[in-house]
Design a protein around this ligand. Sequence first.
Ligand SMILES: Cc1cc2nc3c(=O)[nH]c(=O)nc-3n(C[C@H](O)[C@H](O)[C@H](O)COP(=O)(O)OP(=O)(O)OC[C@H]3O[C@@H](n4cnc5c(N)ncnc54)[C@H](O)[C@@H]3O)c2cc1C
Length: 261
Amino acid sequence: KGGGHSYQGTSDAPDSLLVWTRRMNAIALHDAFVGQGCAGQQAPHPAVSVAAGAMWADAYHAVTTQAGRYVQGGGCTSVGVAGLVQSGGFGSFSKNYGTAAAGLLEAEIVTADGAVRIANACTNPDLFWGIKGGGGGSLGVVTRLTLRTRELPEHFGGTSAKIRATSATAFRALIERFVDFYAEHLLNPHWGEQIKLDPDHTLHISMVSQGLDSTQAQAVWQPFFDWVAQSPHDYALVETPSIGSGPARRWWDVAWREQHA
Ligand SMILES: Cc1cc2nc3c(=O)[nH]c(=O)nc-3n(C[C@H](O)[C@H](O)[C@H](O)COP(=O)(O)OP(=O)(O)OC[C@H]3O[C@@H](n4cnc5c(N)ncnc54)[C@H](O)[C@@H]3O)c2cc1C
């Protein structure tokens, strides 16, 4: 058990032996990491080694807030690093950086025979392939993961709004317009996260952006909100659109966010 966020409860089987890694949360950054056995075969990468019990909040704090770099993880900061990487891991900015598992350079794992093994592209490559999405708990107890870090963009941002349609017909038109708008303007490496369609004919937008300042992000959404504003009898803004960006380095900096709320 790492972060304890398994939807299926696979880290909490009754009458089983529980190994809870929570206190194994050491984090170390590397300027030029080369996996064991990879010297001469693989270029060095800036990276971070994260012990199995760390949550994404711990990793983002060390990598982004403290070091000004980026590591691809998940959107929910209390999810465990080990569980998410072993299930692939798709995060808010994955349309630009890929899955969390794609950023895995090396894992340390204790297999069922009691051996501590290193798995990377050069050493135990089959085991490495399996860890990158084969599912938590499938192949052994992972004790450490080393993930690529990337250059941090200048801005991360968020867009939220709630639009309620006054009829089922208007709601269908809104969904159609949004899907077209998404395909044209949001299906690209800048945008991530989600929209929800609520039963009361409400479109709930909750998205994030990377690499766009506030003016650029607002310009992207302008045509969509102009379209909504043209039909005041069909649509009401239940939550006024909020579109903005800030310094990416402060995205997970709780103290900074409290000061600038
Ligand atoms: C609120 C919430 C938000 C989420 N957001 C995202 C998201 O943005 N992107 C995404 O891709 N997924 C997301 N998930 C899914 C999440 O990535 C998976 O459920 C993941 O497996 C949880 O990992 P964990 O360590 O927190 O959970 P745990 O329940 O502790 O572990 C999950 C599985 O991995 C095994 N495991 C844990 N640690 C180890 C280890 N060290 N070695 C071997 N096996 C281990 C456990 O036995 C269990 O089978 C979310 C889940 C929740 C509940």
